[in-house]
Design a protein around this ligand. Structure first.
Ligand code: NAD
Length: 418
């Protein structure tokens, strides 16, 4: 499957191979579990504001269809490739399975720089991509959600484009859309809230007092900002955060409510008055109890893994730690890892609630949603922690093996068609 050739895809495959060895999955079943079921590459032509026309590459990968429709985010970033999207789709499969959701994993993306595009250009690229995807998606086939570089507005345009094609409103075609058009209460906050809930559980596990913990967050977008606010609500002191433009640090703790206003006005955390500037590389090495990478893949590598100085590594981003870094961290038992497939699963759990609410046209209150979310995360956390301790394996291996085993069992029971 050379078409998926990319360092992030190799990383996802390496992780899968370790799980397959642990679970002693027969060779004949491995490739079937590993490689995406299908993928679609499209050319997305749009008119730019200057009157010229530009074609952007767009992708969608559906990893497996065994348990239900596929589910996963849509990413707008200059580095998006088919291989990266395939890795993210594979991780989504294990994430959905370990939380017990009736989905396979998927991911999509457009190679573009949303920060340099106007609102009109973003709307046109989203609508044209959705149009190109119509034969490939549907509420019972594949359901998209926001990811890096996309948001509620992107989902609203997708829902509108699909609905115009169908001739009636189809809110269940995407999740993470605004509440006013069938989105779920608590969806925007779900990933960050879930991260903080699990960090709080991890502090219990390793014997830390949240009110005495400091936290560092890389990436202050949807996930990172809500994770920071939620950690602060649990009592942690957030001492540094960053975004693509750089980071800020205040050893006494950042005033997140003032920072929110600063970000709303300046569109970046940088130059926040009550702080010192810090680079993204330096930020990852700050001494703290809780380190939350919430931006891109492959941030903690063999270069910096020996130097990170946290007690809990909460992987809010997908794939922030390379397998080489994992091997180094395994030699550092003082670091407790909340692996990405568990740590950021809150987003897809509430996306699932949104899809169910849309299909039933019956909506729930936020307390009910948050309570149901925490119950699912609690079950997954307890199962993964127990497996990690019993089998003396890392939390990542325990989490991935729970997800892979469920998909494997489903494939076995359904059998191989024809
Ligand atoms: P977002 O676009 O809202 O925010 C991303 C943030 O990261 C922005 O602040 C951006 O400036 C920053 N960033 C980009 N490049 C950076 C770099 N090199 N160094 C530091 N910061 C950088 O995206 P998001 O939805 O918050 O997603 C963040 C991560 O969480 C991604 O890995 C995504 O796959 C993962 N995730 C998101 C969700 C969700 O519900 N949105 C769910 C699960 C996982």
């Amino acid at each position: 499957m050379e078409i998926y050739d990319h360092p992030t895809f190799h990383m996802a495959c390496q992780q899968f191979d370790a799980v397959a060895d642990l679970l002693e999955i027969p060779a004949a079943e491995r490739d079937r579990l590993k490689f995406p079921k299908r993928s679609l590459t499209v050319a997305v032509p749009i008119k730019l504001d200057d009157g010229s026309t530009k074609v952007f590459p767009g992708y969608r990968v559906q990893h497996h269809l065994t348990l239900g429709p596929t589910k996963g985010g849509l990413r707008y970033h200059p580095d998006v490739t088919l291989g990266e999207v395939a890795a993210l789709a594979m991780w989504m499969s294990w994430k959905c399975a370990l939380t017990g959701l009736p989905y396979g994993g998927a991911k999509g993306g457009i190679t573009c720089d949303p920060g340099k595009m106007s609102r009109g250009e973003l709307e046109r690229i989203t609508r044209r991509y959705t149009q190109e995807m119509i034969p490939f998606i549907g509420p019972q086939i594949d359901v998209m959600a926001p990811d890096l570089g996309t948001n509620e507005q992107t989902m609203a345009w997708m829902m509108d484009t699909y609905s115009m094609h169908e001739g009636h409103a189809v809110p269940s075609i995407v999740t993470g859309k605004p509440v006013s058009i069938g989105g779920s209460l608590g969806r925007r906050e779900a990933t960050g809230r879930g991260v903080a809930y699990l960090v709080n559980r991890a502090t219990d596990t390793v014997g830390l007092d949240m009110s005495k913990c400091t936290a560092v967050v890389q990436g202050y977008g949807n996930v990172g900002s809500i994770a920071a606010l939620s950690l602060a609500r649990y009592g942690a002191k957030v001492i540094a955060v960053s975004d693509a433009s750089g980071g800020i640090h205040n050893a006494k703790g950042l005033d997140l409510w003032k920072l929110e206003k600063h970000v709303a006005a300046k569109k970046s955390v940088t130059a926040f008055p009550e702080s010192e500037p810090i680079t993204n590389e330096q930020l990852l090495l700050l001494p703290c109890e809780i380190l939350v990478p919430a931006a891109l893949e492959r941030q903690i590598t063999e270069v910096n893994a020996a130097q990170i100085k946290c007690r809990i590594l909460a992987e809010a981003a997908n794939g922030p730690t390379t397998p080489e870094a994992d091997a180094i961290i395994a030699q550092r038992p003082e670091i407790f890892v909340l692996p990405d497939v568990l740590c950021n699963a809150g987003g897809v759990v509430v996306s699932y609630f949104e899809w169910v609410q849309d299909l039933q046209s019956f909506f729930w209150g936020e307390t009910e949603i948050t309570d149901k979310l925490f119950r699912i995360l609690e079950t997954a956390y307890t199962q993964i922690l127990a497996a990690s301790r019993k089998q003396k394996i890392s939390m990542r291996l325990a989490a991935l093996s729970l997800g892979v085993r469920r998909v494997q069992e489903a494939k076995r029971i359904r059998g191989l068609f024809p």
